[in-house]
Design a binder for this molecule. Sequence first.
Ligand code: FAD
Length: 390
Amino acid sequence: MKFGFDAGLEEFRKEVRAFFREEMAPARVEGHADALDLTGFDEAFERALLRRCGERGYLGLCVPEQYGGAARPPRFKAVFDFEAAYADAPAIDTPITLVGSQMLTYGTDPQKEFFLPRMVRGEGLMCIAYTEPEAGSDLSGIKSTARREGDGFVLDGVKSLVTAAHKSDHACVVVRTDQDAAPRRGMSMFLLSLDTPGVRVIRRATANRWTLGELHFDGARLPKDALLGEWNRGWSQMAAALLSEQSGMAHLGWATRNLERLDSLCRDARHIVTPKAVVRQRVAQLHCDLDVGVRFAKRVMFQQDRGELEAAAASMTKVYATELLQRIAQVASELLGPFGSLREGSEWAPLGGHFAYDVIERIHPTVSIGANEIRRNSIAQLGLGLPRNS
Ligand SMILES: Cc1cc2nc3c(=O)[nH]c(=O)nc-3n(C[C@H](O)[C@H](O)[C@H](O)COP(=O)(O)OP(=O)(O)OC[C@H]3O[C@@H](n4cnc5c(N)ncnc54)[C@H](O)[C@@H]3O)c2cc1C
């Protein structure tokens, strides 16, 4: 993948690739597989890797120096995410990625001083819990509540589909704090410790066996300083946080690596049952598509660096990169014919059943972080000025 950026960024990319090559070497990862975790690795491995990323300064790339960061432009973080995904390393959904922007923008000084240096050092795991059983794409339907009591708050309700809930130390949640306000106005954001009495985490299996979490709050008491940002301003804080997860570079990292895997299967040809002329057409098209995806991502990275990110451009990248990732898995499984559906454990499964797993796995990125249909609405409405209603 050619970024065409300055030499400093390319040098950084090479450095990160070398780092992950060493960290993810077969001897290092051996014994740490965990099929029940989205990352494919156990918690101990992930926590140790994050600490090492922290030691190298990779987690605070765009964080101000006063909190231990390197204060670099966002493109450095985008390149780090690309390389972490390329290496299949559990270093993408880090606390700084998930909660850092909310903390930097809305946190009080004591909150920032406590949490940001820890995030930068790679200490602790976090999750974000916005979704509820009746509120996914339309988060204005959030029903969980927090009410003021004494010096703090009391939390009730259920959050669903939460990535990494089972292993996280803290969760960032958005709940209703004013029942009488308009749906988008009466919510607030909280950062809570998951060992708070009254908080329960239940793991729910997905199609590929790994789990997402459900958080149950039954009269959970939170201290005063659990409020993150302003009372009743949770909706706009959440919208800003979702917008900050945008470059799509992690998806392109996985896409690049998977396309390399497919190329190698096609060169070897032992498992490819499709006529070679068809293989050439399908694989070449995927390379054209990847190149387009890279250009989309570069546009977003430039906009982020200038602090002028357009929501429609970010949505285009997300839609394009996640659907490309899905297309690569689908084409691979078609070209592999009957071999394409063999899973890990079969001696005939190419690459240990990688693409049979992936053809299911790559559905979910088109749903999470704003489902692609919602992103298309955003492109149409914000980018093209098409009507909002009906
Ligand atoms: C792997 C994974 C990880 C996740 N991790 C987290 C997490 O860490 N924290 C968290 O809070 N949430 C998380 N989610 C939840 C995710 O944000 C929601 O799944 C997503 O917002 C969609 O909500 P939903 O599943 O309720 O689907 P729904 O909102 O019910 O949508 C169902 C379908 O209808 C379409 N649709 C809905 N409304 C419209 C519309 N107006 N126009 C056109 N089409 C529409 C959607 O695009 C979708 O295809 C995760 C989800 C997945 C799959």
